[in-house]
Design a protein around this ligand. Structure first.
Ligand SMILES: O=C[C@H](O)COP(=O)(O)O
Length: 256
């Protein structure tokens, strides 16, 4: 049985002050939800210290970054290293989000280097994959997912791969309000799991958690999480208000 994992990706929203207010309302309403799922919040880099400080001890909520450098240190203006994140008690790192791929030119090779760097620092990667509408309509869904997974996980041991979280996010569903149907999402998740089995073996494929991302909300989270291969969510818009994120988590864990 894979424990659900629900992550808030705040993207370029919520500064340090606003994060304190969010976390105080969010943790006040969390109750036992954090026993039923791993809950992760990924603020912008500058908000991470305030988010970590605002979380009560034993809240059961982990902090993630939204990106990390594949370099250790040096002349890389604007970049943040794994070791800097470790100092801030960050536990997860979102890697290869479609916005990083399309807007900032991240390739499968760069993403693979970032995943390796995160693992070496004992940070847990949330490894994002997903097809564009053009690729899906052009019959390339499986080809795209296979190459993203195969190249992203290249050279990673089975033991390390087990701890990676994969986020399947159809690009056409991100921020559009157009959620994949539960059947479309389940089919894609089952396919991703089969590719992980090809690359890393069946034991890893059964252990790896695969989140769905793309217009997930409280009113569709239950149906999505009821699917056997959907183990959680990577949530953008619906994670920006404490109550809407709590409602979503509640619906998600209720379906498992
Ligand atoms: O990382 C989160 C995803 O990009 C989904 O964003 P969204 O929930 O706003 O569609």
């Amino acid at each position: 049985m894979r424990k659900p994992i629900i992550a808030a990706n705040w993207k370029m929203n919520i500064g340090p002050k606003e994060a304190e207010d969010f976390i105080s309302s969010f943790t006040a309403g969390l109750g036992s939800l954090s026993d039923q799922a791993d809950i992760v919040i990924a603020p912008p880099f500058v908000t991470i210290p305030a988010a970590v400080a605002a979380l009560p001890a034993n809240s059961g909520v982990s902090v993630s970054s939204q990106n990390v450098s594949e370099q250790d240190n040096g002349a890389f203006t604007g970049e943040i290293s794994t070791m800097m994140l470790k100092e801030l008690f960050v536990r997860y790192v979102i890697i290869g989000h479609s916005e990083r791929r399309t807007l900032y030119g991240e390739t499968n090779a760069i993403i693979n280097a970032k995943i390796k760097k995160a693992i070496a620092a004992n940070l847990k990667p949330i490894f994002c994959i997903g097809e564009t509408l053009e690729e899906r309509d052009g019959g390339k869904l499986e080809e795209v997912l296979r190459s993203q997974i195969t190249e992203g996980l290249e050279g990673i041991s089975a033991d390390d791969a087990k701890g990676i979280v994969i986020a399947y996010e159809p690009v056409w569903a991100i921020g559009t309000g157009r959620v994949a149907t539960s059947e479309q999402a389940q089919d894609a998740h089952a396919f991703c799991r089969s590719v992980v089995a090809d690359v890393c073996g069946d034991e890893v494929a059964q252990a790896v958690r695969i989140q769905y991302g793309g217009s997930m909300k409280a009113d569709n989270a239950g149906e999505l999480l009821a699917q056997p291969d959907i183990d959680g969510g990577l949530v953008g818009g619906a994670s920006l208000q404490a109550q809407s994120f709590l409602d979503l988590i509640s619906a998600a864990v209720g379906a498992k």
